[in-house]
Design a protein around this ligand. Structure first.
Ligand code: GLU
Length: 313
């Protein structure tokens, strides 16, 4: 494992956007939430661009995200990490899982799995892999993805915002993919390898990833990594409670918003979204001053548990 910015004992948080579209209100909330948790604990805050899923990556968006964050006053520690440059490191982790007898090659296509598997897990589009290739690929099938073996055990953790969350992986997803058939390493593997390598001990992100966390904790255990603390933030919804599309709520430079004018107001609204109560005298203040106030007065207990629309800016 390499060590990027490891600081024993101190808090290390991170923001890890995927450059598949401009920064949006949800990512602004994730950036701010992770920043407040880390900086309030006098910790480091790292930035990682999750550009591993190359076909979905939009050229130029990563730079746009960095420029947007800078204008909004966010200062990150150390170098930005790009997942697209870390294939060898993910490969080492995959090899370790293979050597431990925990990873195997699977020859099943999605449609084959969908035909055999029981109905998708309620509330998700996830299909439980029925383990067909666990003991070797069936004759005539081509090697496709790597999967990790899971067992019938409860994985449970105390989320800093959402409370206790538990899952049995055999029931929620089955042996899951860690390297996809089309080549890239799966998000779950990359995220745990990178968090461990960077010494991240606080994972703060949107609650759409709450259900992914048990898979990540499972991989951390298999790979012998320390377990970070988790806090999953409420999601930004449309006025009717529906999920917002990334395009509709873009806040980046790419969306032609004059962030030099609007940035401070956006940050104040994001603070209010997270249950913080910035004082009126901050209206019109530069973003950095608003962030400094947020860090100093941050109270994680006030973060709402339920998703809601973004307050008026
Ligand atoms: N890259 C993910 C996203 O943009 C976040 C991953 C994480 O924070 O673990 O939704």
């Amino acid at each position: 494992m390499d060590s990027i910015g490891m600081t024993a004992g101190a808090a290390v948080g991170r923001f890890a956007p995927s450059p598949t579209g401009p920064l949006h209100l949800g990512s602004l909330v994730a950036a701010l939430g992770s920043y407040l948790f880390a900086r309030h604990a006098s910790g480091r805050w790292l930035l990682r661009i999750e550009d591993i899923d190359m076909p979905r990556v939009v050229p130029g968006i990563a730079d746009d995200m960095l420029a947007t964050l800078e204008i909004l006053g966010f200062q990150w520690d150390g170098e930005v990490l790009y997942q697209s440059r870390r294939t060898e490191i993910y490969n080492d982790a995959l090899q370790e899982l293979i050597d431990k007898g925990m990873a195997y090659l699977c020859g099943c296509t999605r449609s084959e799995i969908a035909k055999i598997a029981s109905a998708p897990v309620p509330g998700s589009d996830e299909i439980v892999y029925p383990g067909l290739c666990r003991d070797g690929i069936a004759p005539g099938k081509v090697e496709r993805a790597y999967r990790v073996k899971v067992y019938d055990e409860v994985i449970s953790f105390a989320d800093g915002i959402m409370g206790r969350y538990s899952q049995v992986l055999t029931a929620s997803c089955g042996d899951f993919v860690i390297r996809r058939a089309d080549g890239p390493f799966a998000y779950h593997l990359a995220v745990v390898v990178d968090d461990a390598a960077s010494g991240v001990n606080q994972v703060v992100r949107g609650s759409d990833l709450l259900t992914s966390t048990p898979r990540q904790i499972y991989l951390q255990r298999l790979l012998g990594y320390p377990l970070p603390s988790y806090a999953h933030l409420p999601l930004v919804t449309g006025p009717d409670g529906a999920k917002l599309s990334k395009r509709d709520n873009a806040v980046s430079l790419a969306a032609n918003i004059d962030l030099r004018k609007e940035g401070g107001r956006l940050l104040l609204a994001a603070l209010r979204f997270l249950g913080q109560e910035p004082p009126v005298f901050l209206v019109g203040a530069p973003p950095q001053e608003i962030l400094d106030w947020g860090v100093l007065h941050f109270n994680p207990e006030n973060i709402p548990h339920v998703s809601s629309p973004f307050p008026a800016v």
